[in-house]
Ligand binder design. Structure first.
Ligand SMILES: *[C@@H]1O[C@H](CO)[C@@H](O)[C@H](O)[C@H]1NC(C)=O
Ligand SMILES: *[C@@H]1O[C@H](CO)[C@@H](O)[C@H](O)[C@H]1NC(C)=O
Length: 277
C-alpha cells in the first residue's frame, strides 16, 4: 500500500516537473528561477542598449512593469522616444529616460554616456546594465562576409560593449553592487552556419563576461550571460530570409509570444514555434 502511494506521488511529481519544464521554454535554468521577482528590480535603475526594438524594447517594458527606472539607449533617438511613450502609456507611473548612444562611436563618447546614465534619476547610478545591442546584418557564409560587416559586428557587439562595461564597472565597484546582463546567443556556444562573424562576436562576449564574473563575483558585481536560440525580432526589417543559403529561422515568433504573454516564460514559446518553422 505504502509502495503504491509512493509510486503515485512520484508520478505526480514527475508530471508537475514536466509541465514546469515545458512552461519554461524547455530551460532548466528558467525552471529553477521561477517568475521574475518584483522586489529585485523595483526602484532600481536599469540601462538597456538596443532598446529601440526587439528584445530590448520588450525587456524595457517588462522592467518598467516591475517598477524599475529604465534608461533606453540605441542610436535612433526618435525610435527611443516612441518606445518611451509606449512604455508610459502601458505603465503611466514609470520613470523612463532616453539616452541615445552609438556603441561604435569610440571611448570618449561612451564615457560621456556612462557619466550621463550615472547622473540620471538624481545620481542614483546604474544597478543593472543590460547589454542587448547587436549589429544586425544579413546572414552570410563565412567566406562571403565583407570587411565592413566584420568591422561593424566586432565594433558594436564586442568592442563597444566591452568599453562600456569597463567604464561603468568602476562606479558599480564603488557602490559595491551592480549586475551586468549580456544578451549573447546560442551562436556563442555552438556553430552557427551562415553566421560565422556573429558567432565569433558572441563567443568573444562569452569569454569576456565569464572571465569578468570570475574577477568581480566577490565584489558585489553579478554577471549573467543569456544565450537564447534563434528569435525573430518582429519589428526589425526583413534581413533574415530562409531563402538565403537554405537557412531556416527556428523558434520564430517567440518574441511575439513573449510580448503577448507579458512574460518570457510561456507555453507558446515551446509549442508555438512549430507552426512558424
Ligand atoms: C530613426 O527612426 C525613424 C522612425 O522610424 C526613421 O524615420 C529614421 O530614418 C531613423 N533614423 C536613422 C538615423 O536611422
Ligand atoms: C517581410 O517580408 C514579407 C514577405 O516577403 C512581407 O510580407 C513583409 O511585409 C515584410 N516585412 C517588412 C517589415 O518589410
Amino acid at each position: 500500500m505504502l509502495c503504491l502511494v509512493a509510486v503515485a506521488l512520484s508520478f505526480v511529481g514527475l508530471a508537475t516537473l514536466l509541465v514546469k519544464f515545458a512552461k519554461a521554454d524547455g530551460d532548466f535554468t528558467v525552471t529553477s528561477r521561477g517568475p521574475p521577482k518584483r522586489e529585485e528590480v523595483e526602484g532600481k535603475v536599469v540601462w538597456i542598449t538596443g532598446a529601440s526594438r526587439g528584445i530590448g524594447e520588450i525587456l524595457a517594458n517588462q522592467f518598467a512593469g516591475l517598477g524599475a527606472k529604465v534608461i533606453l539607449s540605441a542610436r535612433n533617438a526618435s525610435e527611443l522616444e516612441r518606445v518611451k511613450s509606449e512604455i508610459i502609456s502601458n505603465y503611466p507611473a514609470s520613470s523612463i529616460e532616453v539616452l541615445p548612444l552609438d556603441l561604435a562611436s569610440g571611448e570618449e563618447s561612451i564615457k560621456e554616456a556612462v557619466k550621463r546614465a550615472e547622473s540620471l534619476f538624481s545620481n542614483a547610478g546604474v544597478d543593472f546594465m543590460v547589454h542587448n545591442a547587436a549589429f544586425e546584418r544579413p546572414k552570410r557564409k563565412a567566406l562571403d562576409e565583407t570587411e565592413e560587416g566584420l568591422r561593424a559586428t566586432m565594433n558594436i557587439n564586442v568592442l563597444g560593449t566591452i568599453t562600456l562595461t569597463s567604464l561603468l564597472a568602476p562606479y558599480m565597484l564603488e557602490r559595491g553592487r551592480g549586475h551586468f546582463v549580456v544578451m549573447s546567443s546560442a551562436a556563442g556556444k555552438c556553430p552557427a552556419p551562415g553566421q560565422a562573424i556573429y558567432s565569433a562576436s558572441k563567443h568573444a562576449l562569452n569569454g569576456y563576461f565569464h572571465s569578468l564574473r570570475s574577477e568581480l563575483y566577490d565584489k558585489g558585481i553579478k554577471v549573467t550571460v543569456v544565450c537564447p536560440g534563434p528569435i525573430e525580432t518582429s519589428k526589425s526589417s526583413n534581413v533574415s530570409s530562409s531563402a538565403e543559403g537554405g537557412l531556416k529561422e527556428i523558434g520564430a515568433k517567440r518574441l511575439d509570444a513573449a510580448a503577448n504573454k507579458k512574460s518570457a516564460y510561456s507555453w507558446n514559446l515551446l509549442f508555438g514555434q512549430k507552426k512558424s518553422i
